[in-house]
Design a protein around this ligand. Structure first.
Ligand code: TNX
Length: 492
């Protein structure tokens, strides 16, 4: 099956090809915008994104002289849908991208970028089309574990670019775990001084300075992506216990950990240093984060009694809210008291976790929102099949079709449909140490999860996705990215 002439991923709400001639991109095709501050940033980004795919610099011009042959970005209130909606109209004489916000315009530019064609004679063109689009879910993310193996600012920027290309809007960073602490904490300098130089298997580790984190947040924001930092407590804390011995009952720091077991480390509710530690690190992270959400982890704290677990999750959640942020936590936090608005991230869909499932439904009925990250669909560190050299398989093998063909709203029986806030893929990095390894696991499955999150269920179908995603290979190749040529797709 050939790639359709117009192949957008994720699939838009409405896409009507026009019989008109395509828009031909000339070396001097300008990008026109009103000189409003919020538009200048998006125009510069658009010129960069389009310029790179077109293979020529695109000049931004402020104001609109009404001339033919231009690409226009325009803010308008007269568009159905919310802040992320956009409309893209391409005809022989013009390209018009309209949205209510800069983020909507970024989505439109990304769609435009996916439509660019290179003819053998060197002509660059965009087929005539009219596209109206708006996301299904407000939260469309990727959770990336930079604790087991560290990925630095340049790698993270590349990941943000991929997220934006598939209209994903959250980069959830798993910044702390047993093996390392990856974000400089002004109030607790020993966390990175003592616990950033380790990683799984004895790798070099590393950490983001506060300045690098701020740079990443801005870079992401420009591309419509919000960074949601995770400080994982009360389990997964060996890096903290190694840096600050006062957090252990004996007062002695623990040894560094470079293995891949989970569930053995823990905070202690009755250790006096615990409360101030949580207040300090969550305060630091809140101060560094303009976004509304902080993730407190809460997963796999296997050594705690339910009562002590609830005490510690409540302590962390109260601190997050005191700093003006909303709480996100893995599904286990549903066993602790959950305040309305809290986002519970559903991940373990196995038989053994049915008690969590019931607790998640109860929390949602009490006002929590649920983020869907089922391990057997969206955990992109799972192998593709038994021949995949990297990854784990505790949640099963996930081929491309498995990542695509599932429905978030009916996954958890009894969950109110409107409790689902979105879909987030996750990639844990116990077995993944380099950027090529990372993108090999992300691509093509990230595109599948993005379509689950963005596209209405009645517009999704596997044969259609299978044909359209084949067109993405040229883009990954142009960026020099390593990706997995799933045998389920005819990549040609
Ligand atoms: C489970 S999913 C974990 C992580 C591991 C991952 C490996 C979750 C909330 N916890 O600690 O890295 O499995 O796939």
């Amino acid at each position: 099956m050939a790639v359709p002439e117009i192949a957008v991923v994720p699939r838009p709400v409405s896409l009507v090809p026009s019989p008109e001639a395509p828009f031909v991109v000339a070396p001097d095709t300008p990008l026109l915008v009103d000189p409003r501050p919020e538009l200048i940033t998006v125009a510069v980004l658009a010129a960069d994104l389009l310029g790179r795919v077109i293979g020529d610099a695109i000049e931004v011009r402020y104001g609109d002289d009404g001339s033919d042959g231009a690409i226009r970005l325009r803010l308008t209130e007269a568009l159905p849908g919310g802040d992320e909606a956009y409309r893209l109209v391409v005809g022989p004489g013009r390209v018009l991208v309209e949205a209510r916000t800069a983020t909507g315009l970024v989505h439109g530019v990304v769609t435009l970028r996916q439509l660019v064609r290179h003819a053998p004679d060197g002509t660059v063109s965009v087929p005539a089309v009219r596209i109206e689009d708006v996301p299904r879910y407000a939260w469309r993310g990727l959770s990336l574990d930079v604790a087991r193996h560290f990925f630095g600012l340049d790698d993270l920027k590349l990941v943000v670019g991929l997220l934006a290309h598939y209209k994903l809007n959250v980069l959830h960073l798993h910044l702390t775990d047993d093996q390392g602490w990856r974000l400089e904490m002004p109030s607790r300098p020993l966390l990175t001084a003592r616990s950033s130089g380790t990683a799984v298997g004895g790798g070099p580790g590393g950490f983001l300075t506060t300045a690098q984190f701020a740079e990443l947040v801005t870079y992401a924001h420009t591309r419509g992506v919000t960074v949601v930092p995770e400080i994982d407590v009360p389990g997964h804390v060996n890096a903290a216990l190694h840096a600050y011995g006062a957090l252990t009952p004996s007062g002695e720091p623990t040894e560094p950990y470079t293995g891949i077991e989970v569930g053995f480390s823990r905070l202690h509710a009755d250790v006096p240093a615990t409360g101030p530690f949580l207040a300090d690190v969550l305060g630091d992270v809140a101060a560094l984060t303009p976004g509304d959400y902080l993730h407190i982890g809460g997963d796999e704290a296997l050594e705690l009694t339910p009562t002590e677990y609830a005490r510690l999750v409540t302590l962390a959640s109260d601190a997050v809210r005191a700093y003006g942020k909303q709480v996100v936590g893995w599904q286990e936090i549903a066993h602790a008291p959950v305040t309305p608005g809290t986002v519970v991230q559903y991940w373990d869909d196995r038989e053994g976790a049915r008690a969590d499932r019931d607790a998640v439904v109860a929390a949602a009925r009490a006002g929590a929102r649920v983020l869907m990250s089922p391990g057997n669909r969206t955990y992109l560190d799972m192998v593709y099949d038994s021949s995949t050299p990297l990854g784990q398989d505790w949640a099963g093998a996930i081929e491309l079709r498995d990542a695509y063909e599932w429905e978030p709203s009916t996954l958890v029986p009894g969950l109110p449909t409107d409790a689902v806030v979105g879909v987030e893929a996750a990639i844990w990095t116990e077995t993944i140490a380099t950027l090529p390894e990372l993108t090999q696991m992300l691509l093509p499955r990230l595109a599948a999860v993005a379509e689950v999150a963005w596209t209405q269920p009645e517009r999704r179908d596997w044969p259609g996705f299978r044909a359209r995603v084949a067109g993405q290979a040229a883009f990954w190749d142009r960026l020099g990215l390593s990706w997995y040529p799933s045998p389920q797709v005819d990549w040609r």
